[in-house]
Ligand binder design. Structure first.
Ligand SMILES: [Zn+2]
Ligand SMILES: [Zn+2]
Length: 337
């Protein structure tokens, strides 16, 4: 952690932690997304679209997937002005442009619209546990907290080989799944360097597709096991027939790679810090940490990586006790005494 800023009477703090998520990678990238500062009138219009009221054009554009929306914005200057004047898109560009650049960089922007993204930013809770989620999982645009994206299977995207091995899907099924292409950079708090661009598939969507194709979880797992057994059999056959002792042969993998959770770079490649747009507040909230939980690293409700909105922090104090001398002091339940 590189800095601590006190924001209110030493009870909550902003920990500037470098987790090496996509927003940290973004600082070195140069994707062309910007708000226009050129005030000259555009030379060309939008053709037939000019006959429609601007609000109607906005309604249509905000439902486009983010990739198509940015492609439209590059048609000419008028298109860029119209795109940047969509209220939801403009607010995202002003406060969190890395979300747009990140989804374009990892090529997941085709899987959700600007409206989907804005709705997710207007919801505070982690999709998995209900805590404040300070991040988005950009493969499918889910809001998530640190403790969930570093632990749950849903946020560990799978390689093509893993989708086939674990879930029994072949290439014609795989092509339809939401996926991302990892962006070269350093990921996870350990800043692990990843150079190769790898296509990674959303686990939840792949699992659901596997169950739909095989009928039940049991038959999917049985099929996947049978496939591995066949591959092992073939490998052993080749091995026994090899004159060189099989030095050039690689055994099929039948176990998952070591996960490593919060040090697994693959868990950070589709994750980006994200603000919460509260309609009652003029500025977005990025989340705060509890000073009394700072030295607790094991389990909720007291855990240093939990983040809170300002109102969520009041709930945390009610649950865990007022903070005195940097510690929670549980309130005494009079009825229970
Ligand atoms: Zn969570
Ligand atoms: Zn606390």
């Amino acid at each position: 952690m590189s800095a601590i800023h006190k924001t209110s009477e030493s009870t909550y703090i902003f920990l500037d932690i470098k987790d090496n998520t996509l927003d940290d990678i973004d600082k070195a990238s140069h994707a062309d997304i910007r708000l226009d500062s050129d005030l000259d009138s555009p030379r060309y219009g939008l053709g037939a679209l000019e006959k429609l009221p601007l609000e109607i054009v906005h309604l249509a554009l905000v439902r486009l997937d983010v990739r198509s929306l940015t492609v439209f914005g590059r048609v000419n200057k008028r298109a860029r002005l119209v795109t940047n004047s969509i209220p939801q898109f403009r607010r995202i560009l002003v406060h969190a442009p890395a979300l747009i650049r990140g989804s374009l960089n990892i090529e997941s922007a085709r899987f959700f619209s600007c409206q989907d993204l804005y709705r997710k930013l207007s919801t505070a809770e982690c999709d998995s546990c209900g805590d404040f989620g300070g991040y988005l999982y950009l493969v499918t645009c889910r809001r998530v907290c640190f403790l969930c994206f570093t632990a749950r299977a849903d946020y560990l995207p799978l390689s093509r080989k893993d989708v086939t091995r674990k879930l029994g899907l072949d290439s014609k099924h795989i092509v339809l799944l939401p996926h991302m292409k990892s962006f070269p950079g350093r990921y996870s708090p350990r800043a692990i360097k990843c150079r190769r661009r790898e296509t990674l598939f959303d686990y939840s969507a792949a699992r659901q597709a596997g169950i739909a194709i095989h009928g039940t979880v049991e038959s999917m797992e049985k099929y996947a096991l049978e496939m591995i057994s066949k591959k092992l059999e073939n490998y052993n056959l080749k091995l026994s027939g090899s004159r060189t002792g099989g030095a050039h042969l690689r055994p099929p993998r039948y176990e998952d790679l070591f996960d490593g959770h919060c040090s697994n770079p693959r868990r950070f490649m589709g994750i980006i810090r994200a603000p919460y747009f509260d309609s009652q507040l003029p500025s977005p909230e990025w989340g705060l940490h509890c000073i009394a939980c700072k030295s607790h690293h094991y389990r909720r409700p007291i855990h240093w990586r939990r983040k809170y909105t300002i109102s969520g922090f009041q709930d945390h104090v009610r649950e865990c006790g007022e903070i005195k001398d940097g510690q929670h002091v549980p309130s005494i339940n009079v009825e229970a005494v």
